[in-house]
Design a protein around this ligand. Sequence first.
Ligand SMILES: Cc1cc2nc3c(=O)[nH]c(=O)nc-3n(C[C@H](O)[C@H](O)[C@H](O)COP(=O)(O)O)c2cc1C
Length: 201
Amino acid sequence: MSTAGQPRPSGVAGGPYGTTDFDSRQFRTAMGQFCSGITVITTIDADANPAGFACQSFAALSLDPPLVLFCPMKTSRSWPVIEANGKFVVNVLSHRQQDVSATFGAPGDDKFRSIVWDPSPAGLPVIRHSLTWVECDVDNVVDAGDHYIVVGRALTLGEVLQDKPLLFYRGGYLSTEHPRVTPAQAELENFLTYTGGDTWL
Ligand SMILES: Cc1cc2nc3c(=O)[nH]c(=O)nc-3n(C[C@H](O)[C@H](O)[C@H](O)COP(=O)(O)O)c2cc1C
């Protein structure tokens, strides 16, 4: 098979079989090839003060029961607040919300100052103009290196806006244009976020 015109490998040295001798910068670069959406995970503390952080490590986990997961760093200041509350909202950001991602992706004492939000059924912040949101109970927490894996059970689903997602790729923001190229039907049928038509959650 010809490889003419295909992108050439770069970054980690070591040939076609990879390398076991890598540092955290190389690990970060390799993992940065995985493109994801961006969420902001929100909650409120015992005095009803809102808290939240930008989170790329979100995934839909299970359909029955409906579970999601996200991974906060052990140093996150929002995580203890989420853990104490026991409930959180996942706000899925649209391409219009880069500033929201930047606000919640950096430390700050008043991240909600310029944010317009409405209360979820449990009174947690639903950030206006997010693509969608889901309110969850903390179901399980797993210790994982310098992060936790938090499993949440979905309680309430928000409405879905017809807009484009905000994406994170190679350490930067990206958006996407419709129409999309959809994988073969057979590959999709058992996949959690496949809805049977051309609409992904
Ligand atoms: C696009 C983006 C994605 C991020 N993803 C995560 C993540 O998955 N987990 C995490 O703990 N921090 C993530 N962060 C970093 C946190 O949002 C950041 O450290 C923030 O300051 C934490 O706030 P807190 O200490 O108030 O919880 C991300 C930041 C950005 C900008």
